[in-house]
Design a protein around this ligand. Structure first.
Ligand code: KG4
Ligand code: ZN
Length: 348
């Protein structure tokens, strides 16, 4: 909860470099956002149809200082105004995380201000707090991104309990891979969901993992991906990108695939709400930008009397504003040491 301080609210410079976006933002204790910059690397990874870790790390090296400079300029502030530095140090690509961490540590040391470690997945959920201006705790949090699909019981800005997640591909990863099979541009999620609007979601009945196991708060999208592949090629295992499909066939595959993913996300989120007996759901991450997911979960939550908060489009994909979660740590006096390391894999 934001502190109502009589003195000037403290300002945190937040740095985000977990994957292929170099971002910085300045947020104060009252969650006022002074300025935010996101430098996307999409065009660098496009021809590889996926994020190439070494290219991402090198691009962060080039962009990190200009992005911080521009954030200060847009905010009308200087480094002397900064009271703490926050950095997303987990999870993500190791090389990418290290660039943001080294920049953050250097600033914290030279400015002699505290360093705050931010969990990138918790921050995706916290985007709902920043955007709404209202308290979101306690809630069930769903993070649906390119790298993660996870459900949390969120008690406070400092207490996120992992309830379950994907056992293989993340939802966004499945979107991107199926989009590849359909030869859609990278990143595939937005292109596939646009195509799906013209397709029939009932054209193919693709598998929905774990829906028959209501107590299992897990996802699996790998079998779904394979089912789409076989629907394109037949069981022979040919290269799906070499199969000629009509535009309508592509749209039907996209719509049927999207419907299967959305069914799983909606079902397990509602189940998590029942299990935790909570009545607020907060959703963040790149896939939260998906129109069909937004529509379906809005309908379901409305009929179940659940308060739904979805991060606004601009705060769904990676950005540093959501790292305003650092304010919660600042107010709890939870600071990191200067020997803080990164953790690339999932931490709870
Ligand atoms: O949160 P994010 O920017 O990065 C990670 O932390 O992974 O999410 C990126 C992912 C990509 O897989 C992208 O295809 C997906 O979000 N995405 C979408 C949509 N917009 C972005 N997936 C489905 N529908 C969308 N409209
Ligand atoms: Zn993310």
């Amino acid at each position: 909860m934001a502190l109502q301080s009589k003195t000037k609210p403290k300002k945190i410079l937040v740095i985000e470099s977990t994957c292929d976006e170099t971002a910085a933002a300045i947020v104060d204790e009252q969650l006022h956002v002074y300025g935010s910059v996101v430098a996307s690397q999409e065009h660098l990874h496009e021809k590889f149809r996926g994020v190439v870790p070494e290219i991402a790390a090198r691009a962060h090296v080039e962009r990190i200082i200009p992005v911080i400079d521009e954030t200060l300029q847009r905010s009308g502030l200087t480094l002397a105004d900064i009271d703490a530095v926050g950095v997303a140090n987990t999870p993500g690509l190791a090389g990418s995380l290290l660039i943001g961490l080294v920049a953050a540590k250097t600033l914290a040391m030279t400015l002699n201000v505290p360093l705050i470690a931010i969990n990138h997945l918790h921050a995706h959920i916290y985007a709902c707090r920043i955007a709404s201006g209202r308290d979101i705790f306690p809630c069930v949090g769903l993070v649906v991104s390119g790298g993660h699909t996870h459900l949390y019981r969120c008690q406070s800005g400092a207490t996120f309990e992992l309830l379950g997640g994907t056992i293989d591909d993340a939802a966004g990863e499945a979107f991107d891979k199926v989009a590849n099979m359909l030869r859609l541009p990278f990143p595939g999620g937005p292109a596939l969901s646009q195509l799906a609007e013209q397709g029939n979601p009932a054209a193919h009945r693709f598998p929905r993992s774990f829906l028959s196991e209501p107590d299992r708060l897990q996802f699996s999208f790998s079998g779904l991906k394979t089912a789409v592949r076989y629907a394109i090629t037949g069981p022979g295992g040919a290269d799906p990108t070499q199969v000629e499909l009509s535009w309508q066939q592509q749209a039907d595959l996209a719509a049927s695939f999207q419907e299967a993913v959305v069914d799983c996300l909606v079902d397990k989120s509602l189940r998590a709400l029942q299990i935790t007996k909570l009545n607020r759901l907060c959703i963040g991450g790149g896939v939260a930008a998906n129109k069909r997911l937004r529509q379906r979960i809005t309908e379901e939550c409305h009929s179940d009397g659940i308060e739904l908060m979805i991060a606004p489009m601009a705060l769904c994909t990676d950005n540093a504003v959501m790292g305003g979660l650092a304010v919660e740590h600042l107010q709890a006096g939870k600071f990191a040491d200067l020997d803080l390391d990164i953790t690339a894999g999932l931490v709870r």
